[in-house]
Design a protein around this ligand. Structure first.
Ligand code: FAD
Length: 410
């Protein structure tokens, strides 16, 4: 049927079939196994930060927006039932505490804040929540506005009703504006659009199909998927959004490949207090990073910021600040489950960008840990990087499922 994706991104060499078979057959199963480990399933986050941009008028009361607190893991270290195993263990690790704010592309929640809590990601899967309408549009609208790279302290009056419709004149104006932008700004737009596509694939793949007092059934909703991605139903926008998803995949894959020396040299430990398991998961992580490095069709980020050095540095800083702003916007998402995954995925993408633009520092990492290395990742960044990539990898896998379902439907 109509859902064949042809990928001809002008910013990267990209072959959808190669990515599909690499992801679905090789990388996805390993990544799933890694993300089920204790190290990666617990994410520390502050979910009740106030929105810094506008007064949030409604508080989402939707049942499926609730986030379940962390389930305590049985351990002799565990101080009380409210806290996770990690709370005590992590205090033992000094490498996880560092500050390099100037390098970051996203806001990192203060881990020591009493409001910060561990969330068990496996207990809170990203899926349909029912969050939609003007509140959700207001978030997407303000995120896309970040493309304009206005000074990040300027707060714009927001009008959710002005969201460009897929087929309307505003959208056409927007796209002709986009085409005139430099490669960096177009790349930035594609990343956000890819993330948006991924979120919408997940909610279509784990849709609430049946909701009665005795049973809830979650599964693929083909018509929801079609409304969002079918070429005809979206006036050609759907396939472009899917291409942006593949673009995002390549960028994050590249970041994983580039992070390999950091994980190899830095003697990183995936510390959970169970040495055998930790070693097994560390080996699995390195295997995944090696696999990422072996992928032949990599996005070449050296084509970005390749112009005049001063200009390039300014553009990089503009993008960094815009991205920081996007991560702040996540605190305005009314639905807590969406906020959780939105924060995790922007932090993961921010970490990927930090890696991509720190190549020099990663190469200069000392082999011994005598002095403080010039590049660091803390536990939150590592967990968000791998989980964010896990989401994109799962979306690519879900596209395969939707293609089969659409073929049956045909
Ligand atoms: P929206 O997805 O809200 O999109 C608004 C407009 O943006 C569209 O009309 C279209 O013109 C344009 N657009 C759509 N997709 C793209 C794209 N990929 N690239 C460029 N432009 C695009 N809902 C859930 O059920 N579960 C979740 O976990 C969840 N997480 C969310 C996380 C965040 C951060 C946000 C902001 C929203 C989340 N939502 C979630 C809501 C979901 O993304 C949609 O906003 C909602 O389903 C309403 O969809 P819509 O059809 O009105 O269009």
């Amino acid at each position: 049927p109509k859902m064949i994706i042809s990928c001809n991104l002008d910013d990267c060499a990209c072959d959808v079939e190669t990515i599909d078979s690499f992801n679905n057959d090789q990388l996805f199963p390993k990544l799933q196994a890694l993300l089920e480990s204790d190290y990666f399933r617990f994410y520390k986050v502050t979910l009740n930060k106030p929105c810094p941009f506008w007064t949030s008028s409604s508080h989402c009361g939707l049942r499926d927006c609730a986030v379940k607190p962390c389930s305590p893991v049985s351990s002799s270290f565990q101080p009380n039932q409210e806290e996770c195993l990690w709370e005590t263990r992590e205090a033992l690790l000094d490498w996880s505490k560092y500050d390099d704010e100037a390098q970051r592309f996203c806001v990192v929640d203060d881990e020591d804040s009493p409001d910060s809590q561990y969330v068990d990601l496996l207990l809170n899967p990203e899926r349909f929540t029912g969050y939609k309408g003007p509140e959700a549009w207001q978030i997407w609208n303000s995120i896309y506005e970040e493309n304009c790279f206005k000074p990040y302290t300027v707060k714009r009056p927001l009008n959710p009703n002005s969201f460009p419709s897929s087929s309307g004149g505003e959208a056409r104006t927007f796209y002709s504006w986009l085409e005139g932008q430099c490669v960096e700004k177009r790349a930035f737009y594609r990343l956000i659009s890819g993330l948006h596509a991924s979120i919408n694939i997940h909610l279509s793949a784990r849709y609430l199909l049946q909701d009665s007092w005795f049973q809830k059934k979650w599964g693929h909703n083909i018509s929801e998927f079609k409304v969002r991605f079918d070429s005809e139903l979206t006036a050609g926008e759907g396939p472009k959004r899917l291409r942006n998803l593949y673009f995002l995949y390549l960028i994050e894959l590249r970041a994983l490949a580039k992070a390999l020396p950091f994980f190899q040299q830095h003697g990183i430990r995936l510390y959970t207090g169970r040495p055998e398991e930790d070693q097994k998961h560390k080996e699995l992580l390195l295997e995944i990073l090696q696999l990422a490095k072996s992928f032949p069709l990599h996005f070449d980020e050296t084509s970005l910021f390749a112009g005049d050095e001063k200009e390039a540095a300014k553009l990089r800083e503009d993008i960094r600040l815009s991205f920081l702003n996007i991560s702040r916007i996540m605190d305005c998402v009314d639905c807590f489950k969406c906020r959780l995954w939105g924060k995790l995925q922007t932090q993961g993408l921010g970490t990927a960008l930090k890696i991509l633009f720190s190549e020099r520092q990663i190469k200069a990492l000392p082999v011994s840990s005598d002095h403080r290395p010039s590049f660091q990742l803390n536990r939150q960044e590592i967990v968000s990087l791998l989980n964010a990539f896990g989401r994109i990898s799962t979306s690519i896998r879900e596209l395969k499922n939707f293609r089969s379902l659409l073929a049956e439907d045909w």
